[in-house]
Design a protein around this ligand. Sequence first.
Ligand code: PBG
Ligand code: ZN
Length: 333
Amino acid sequence: MRDLTITLPGRVRPRRLRRTGAIRELAAETRISPAQFVLPHFVLPVDRAEEPVPSMPGVSLMGVETLLGQVEADLALGIRSVLLFGHPAKGAKSPGGEAAADTHGAVQRAVSRLKAAFGDSLVVMTDVCLCAYTDHGHCGLIEGGDVDNDSSLRPLVEAALSHARAGADVVAPSDMMDGRVAAIRDALDAEGLGNVAILSYTAKYASAYYGPFRDAADSAPAHGDRQSYQMDCRNALEAIREAELDESEGADLLMVKPALAYLDVIAAVRAATTLPLAAYNVSGEYAAVKAAAARGWLDEARVVRENLMGIRRAGADLIITYHCRDALREKWL
Ligand code: PBG
Ligand code: ZN
């Protein structure tokens, strides 16, 4: 018999650092701290309500007071940042989306209640957009059949100001209109709200992964799609251009969204800026994992850990994810 043993020269052995759990822990390159998580919430303009979103198991639309209880429990798990999306009152959608800036709107009420209850131990971020408040469901105003950029800036600024006046720490414009970061920054500063930070949805792609969210936020466009303002999935250099613009317009934090199909974009934007970078692990990414896990087709704990580590490894500093409560409570990381 021929001896099939192969003799290696030894010396360099990557497996030494994989031998025990403690060694792997010691040598791990990527870690996630609970402080890096942001949990999104959908707020209804009522005090108490809890309506599960069918396509997002574990996520419910909540009334303002219901949200307070949930956030208190999440704080105990270490989740210190929330991102709020609102619903207008019934019948309040309009062509101009004015309800987005309603002083007594769901988001505005939730912000002031959260800040009153938890103060600066909680970071309150608000999504700034018009799509949940316009009757046509687009993120800007329609003029001549198109979503018009410049006339959309004023209502977006008004929405951001209303959130900031209610006490938001961070406003996060997700509309993808050109120039909205500069417009919001100038307005905040002019109103004495210079401490309010802007998290810009810098590279937000026109994505089918937003499907479940649009059920939750009731924000699907009534006609057409968002391709004339959100980015094309074939483009990555353009994300860097957007990042440079947002930085020059005064953004404090940048975001890439969705996360998992855009890990290269996260890495590229991370390399192109020194600003903190967030990645949004969106509703469809969450729903896909939940659906497969419910059928026993995927191991949820391990898949979520792998997805979140991948997003961090790609270069995201913050992760906005619906998974974070489960991940922390069940110690999946
Ligand atoms: C609306 C908005 C969307 C999301 C965040 N803000 C959907 C969209 O642009 O249609 C998606 C979030 C998610 O899917 O979890 N401007
Ligand atoms: Zn929108």
